[in-house]
Design a protein around this ligand. Sequence first.
Ligand code: ADP
Length: 191
Amino acid sequence: MLNLILFGPPGSGKGTQAKYIVEKYGAVHLSTGDIFRANIKEGTELGALAQSYLDKGNLVPDEVTIRMLQSEANKYPDVQGIIFDGFPRTIPQARSLDHFLQEKGETITLMVELQVPDALLKDRLAKRALDSGRPDDADPKVIENRLHVYYDQTAVVAEHYKEQGKHYTIDGMGSVEEVCTRIFSRINLSV
Ligand code: ADP
């Protein structure tokens, strides 16, 4: 089973690459951002709770996020793998994920961190704002805060998986195909 964490700052290409990985390896894509946005759209209780955090570019509290992620993952008991996109974003989330998988006799196979310079991230997010319909892409202040939150609270999660010898850095610049080829090569060394 391939349990892959796609890691990297907002705009680094996680969602884009996840689609290709899912196709090639027959895995399920779990994007916490997508799940929150779907809940907001459907007007669920979870959506109402998450909205103010997403609007400001802050993290939704761990307890809520962890519970949601676990219940989503439990919907797919027989998959060939899971691509975690946007989770874990804090150390408690990482610990809970490790524990959750361990209880199923599973483990994280590898973490792939997409590296892209800040200037290019801001550029990509501004472009994405034109057609994503995401309010958090449209406001430069919110983009600034998401990057700040990433470096302040999330980047440390890479250390957690470095300690486990599972962390790999991939150059996230270049075409979608080029980045995808790099990721596939790295996955193939781990599976
Ligand atoms: P991006 O990576 O472009 O910032 P995402 O779609 O991954 O976009 O996340 C959008 C928003 O959803 C985040 O800014 C945050 O408010 C919320 N979110 C997503 N994943 C998590 C998580 N693991 N923990 C807390 N909040 C999260």
